[in-house]
Write a protein of this length. Structure first.
Length: 98
């Protein structure tokens, strides 16, 4: 559960940093619909800036999108970070046949 709290705090942090630039709505209720809507709005903003060749905070947008997607997965009880860590820590038993 602590990962959800950590990621939620990070979402609030990056949301605060980008709220004025992207004109994001207030983040008072964190639910699946609100997160998906915000993820879509950020994606459309980035796409529009790329088409118009405008400068924007691409690193911050990427960080927020990553946290939003992570939080959506965590809400579905799927911790991708833990799965990747577990997969990389297990030794692979690969046999080479010559």
């Amino acid at each position: 559960m602590s990962r959800i709290k950590t990621v939620t705090a990070e979402v609030h942090y990056f949301h605060h940093l980008l709220q004025d630039e992207i004109a994001l709505p207030e983040l008072c209720d964190i639910n699946e619909h609100a997160l998906e809507k915000m993820l879509d709005k950020i994606y459309r903003y980035e796409k529009r800036c790329a088409v118009k060749k405008q400068k924007y905070s691409s690193k911050l947008c990427f960080q927020l999108r990553t946290r939003l997607a992570d939080l959506l997965l965590l809400n579905d009880n799927f911790d991708l970070q833990a799965i990747i860590a577990k997969r990389s820590s297990e030794p692979e038993n690969i046999e080479f046949v010559a």
